[in-house]
Design a protein around this ligand. Sequence first.
Ligand code: P1T
Length: 388
Amino acid sequence: MSNQRHTERPMAFATRAIHAGQPADPTTGATIFPIYQTSTYTQAGLGENKGFEYSRSGNPTRAALETCLASLEGAQFGLAFASGLAAETCILSVLRPGDHIVAGDDLYGGTYRLFERVVRPMGVEITYVPARDTAAYQQALTSQTKYIWAETPTNPLLTLVDIAAVAEAAHAGGAQLVVDNTFATPYFQRPLELGADVVIHSTTKYINGHSDVVGGALMTSNAELFEAYTFYQNAAGGVPGAFDAWLVLRGVKTLAVRMRQHAENAMAVAQFLSEHPKVRAVYYPGLANHPDHALATRQMHGYGGMVSFDMKGGLPAVKRAVKRLRVFALAESLGGIESLCCHPASMTHASIPQEVREARGVTDSLLRLSVGIEDARDLIADLKDALD
Ligand code: P1T
């Protein structure tokens, strides 16, 4: 099946999530795209192959996933990787000593670690600016800036970056905008449509959606960048195996329905927490009092499934609460059908030095919830038990 009928409107998101890049198998008619569990491909003669030679360079199951994810982000090109950080490394591979990145200051701890412990020692400068401060990105640009790098909503504080405005600033300064769209997913936000140049995902999260794969992907419509990234994907080799690619391909089929339920449950949880006497602050862009609520309404098609909150009573209160959770699992990661609770300061963001972390608002009393698609009544009862 082709992705578009040329005489009609393009297929809608939920349809593309199920079909894009996945025609019925020409030899058997298999409706579900096969797992091509092979490292190599038999060639008819020298230089005579069917488009695949070796599975680091290309694999049909991975190619189906890359096509599907590109379609969902409205990109011309997609590449899949063995992890989100491997996808990030590919994007960073085009930088050279003396180059400069401007990054929003609220980032997944592993991204910060990659920037500070791998990229900076190679001679690339990184300047962090307050994530929601559009003017600060602009002011931090230098003639050496190659990328502005932004998560939106950010991990773990759910701050928003104005993608259109920051993209404009990047382009005016001769730089390109990379958006980590892991939290929002293309169902709720399509950065390329707003002017971003590259989107990166940890497909480990909502894209796969079932907490059983680690993976990553990047999407772009910039042919020059795509060529450089494709070269690096093959040259450095951080690719997913066929089975992992297939699992993500299966998971992403239900992205639209999952995201609607995640968002509905997250809103219910955020409202419950807002009224709880043990909660100091709730971070959820869907709440009218969130500082970026208006931007979220303009830039996103929904507010997502992540909710963070700050507890009164400091670390001892947090420790007591997480021990009492029964439905929410205390775990790193996010975006699966099951609800997870994470303590960023000691878990996902522990690789950020304490003073940097606290200056950014990631305090010891912050908890981050990945609100799953269980019955919201059970989630709220669980939180009520833990907090009371
Ligand atoms: O874990 P990996 O698939 O390599 O993806 C890294 C990554 C990139 N970007 C964002 C926004 C992320 O949240 C992550 C991974 N985050 C977690 C594991 C976490 O619990 O926050």
